[in-house]
Write a protein that binds this ligand. Sequence first.
Ligand SMILES: *Cc1c(COP(=O)(O)O)cnc(C)c1O
Length: 221
Amino acid sequence: MQLAERLDTVRAEIAQSARDAGRDSGEITTIVVTKFHPASLVRELAGLGVRDVGESRHQEALAKSAELDDLDLRWHFIGQLQSNKARQVRQYASVVHSVDRAALVTALAGEPVLEVFLQVNLTEDPGRGGARPEDLAGIAELVLSTPGLRLRGLMAVAPLDAEPRAAFARVRGYSERLLEVAPEASALSMGMSGDFRAAILEGATHLRIGSAITGNRPTRG
Ligand SMILES: *Cc1c(COP(=O)(O)O)cnc(C)c1O
């Protein structure tokens, strides 16, 4: 299957899942994750109408966004981020999905306004990235009081060993608690190639889909 065909297939599946969930697919943003793929593939995607692209490694994202500066793309940073790289990520990213600690919030302060999602870790392994659920409210309050940040909601990756729909239902529960301190932060960034249908059924507003659209990723160099 070619790129355009895979993109159409995924778009149709998203629309169908939204109908199954009784939701309007217009409220769902699809971010095409292009990590490890060359800038030429991102350009091809832009030609097919893709506007939101996701990257997880700073150096790679910086280089690609510079090369594709002539395109009207919104870059979403979705990977683990060191605080000392935060200011540089701001140069190209409109949205950071992986905010998981106070030091990173402080480092991301600045201009213009940057949209942020708090990543919640659904596993017991701190190495997976994401804040512990019990720490979300405190980090959210810090975001709300930090200039130049707009808190959108929560981001999560379903654990490999769990049923995705149950994992996403947990995120929905954390979202309800987050809304008590941040009533505007209702967005949910969840759902990847293998589990976006389950995510849509649980209320995802931002899907991060890579390989189902791009094909297999080249092995990382
Ligand atoms: C790579 C990645 C994705 C996309 O994964 P696919 O399985 O290729 O769809 C989504 N979210 C994050 C955080 C990723 O690192």
